[in-house]
Ligand binder design. Structure first.
Ligand code: ZN
Ligand code: ZN
Ligand code: ZN
Length: 380
């Protein structure tokens, strides 16, 4: 990327994130964060580490400059920004773990990325026997959950791209009848790429009885007529920037006239999803939004068949804070981005789910997905 005004604005927003993280470190008693693979590093630095064995770690001290330790051969990938961090490449053969430990110095309490390789963490721990270690997400999770304007724009763009694919599913442009789930999954993946996603993160296609398995792995089952097909897919959208944001949408279609039972099931689900989205307001809790959807499904008689939380936060990662579960009393603030995705699963028979990405906002709830929720009959 060139040094445009946009670039400077992005650097400024990352500096603000760093300041917030340092303030939270002071509040929670963390001396250093070690951010490796995972989303915290690109969120703060713009650099996405390669998920390989050579250590990449941002050593983020509470009150010293941040230092990005990277393998020398990957250093050219780093977009340097002295306002955020100093670059410290390590040579092949150099003791990278020892270097990281030296940079940590006498720090007592260290937060590490949730996704840091266990092998790297064990190496660092052996160098720093008197330090204590905790999850960096205790500091970063709640801050990263609140998206700034740029991030909201990225989530909207990712959502609009996924919407194109969902619309082609509902309109019958993606053939279903007589196709295997795996081939439909591949077609969805191709369309996600065509719509601008750089990566396809998943494309779940569950047909007939497989629709009752929420995270079904699309397989060789051939889709028959008058079956429900749950399609849940998402990818990472970069839009020309260094850090990508995720899409995630679910639509359920039926390949022929739906049975009265399915119509009823779907009506309950659609009402529950709409009510939970309508319940998104600043100051509501994550638990209350889960509860709104769950109550309607309970009242409809299907409570025992809604077997997961109603949603999850989304951003650089597909699943992140805030988790929309019955136990989460976190209050919704402007910038919280998350899915609302109730489902009803009748084991061995059928399943239905509807999912949209929502951003709570002072100017009113933002819906990143606009595709119709009605049950579409796809006889293609
Ligand atoms: Zn899921
Ligand atoms: Zn999903
Ligand atoms: Zn989801």
């Amino acid at each position: 990327m060139t040094d445009t005004v946009d670039d400077r604005a992005i650097s400024t927003s990352r500096q603000m994130r760093l300041a917030r993280v340092r303030a939270a470190m002071a509040r929670d008693g963390f001396d250093v964060l070690l951010l490796s693979i995972g989303a915290d590093l690109p969120w703060l630095s713009g650099y996405e580490a390669m998920p390989l064995e050579r250590p990449t770690v941002l050593v983020l001290s509470r009150d010293a400059d941040a230092i990005l330790v990277v393998p020398e051969l990957e250093a050219p990938r780093v977009h340097e920004d002295p306002a955020l961090f100093e670059l410290r490449p390590w040579r092949e053969g150099e003791d990278a773990v020892g270097l990281i430990a030296d940079l940590v110095g006498a720090a007592k309490r260290i937060g590490v990325s949730d996704r840091m390789w266990a092998g790297l963490l064990l190496g660092i721990q052996s160098h720093l026997p008197s330090a204590s270690f905790d999850r960096a997400s205790k500091v970063t999770g709640a801050i990263r959950a609140v998206k700034d304007d740029f991030e909201i724009t990225m989530l909207k763009r990712a959502g609009a791209a996924a919407d194109l694919v969902a619309a082609s599913l509902l309109s019958g442009e993606i053939p279903l009848l007589g196709c295997t789930e795996a081939s439909v999954s591949a077609a969805i993946g191709q369309r996600l790429r065509d719509a601008g996603h750089a990566k396809v993160n998943f494309a779940i296609v569950g047909s007939g009885p497989n629709a009752a398995s929420p995270h079904h792995e699309a397989g060789e089952r051939i889709i028959g007529s008058s079956e429900t097909v749950v399609c849940d897919f998402g990818g990472t959208f970069y839009g020309g920037y260094e850090v990508g944001y995720c899409s995630d949408i679910t639509r359920t279609v039926v390949t022929g006239q739906p049975s009265p039972e399915l119509v009823e099931l779907y009506d309950v689900l659609e009402a529950a999803q709409a009510a939970a989205v309508a319940g998104v307001e600043l100051g509501a809790t994550c638990a209350s939004i889960d509860g709104i959807g769950r109550k309607l499904i309970d009242d409809g008689g299907y409570g025992q068949y809604f077997i997961h939380r109603i949603g999850h936060g989304i951003g650089i990662e597909e699943h992140e804070d805030p988790y929309m579960t019955g136990g989460n009393e976190t209050k919704i603030v402007s910038g919280h981005a998350f899915s609302v995705e109730p489902g009803i699963y009748l084991p061995g028979r059928m399943g239905v789910r509807i999912e949209d990405i929502i951003v709570a906002h002072t100017e009113g709830t933002i819906r990143c997905n606009q595709v119709d929720h009605a049950l579409h009959i796809v006889e293609a």
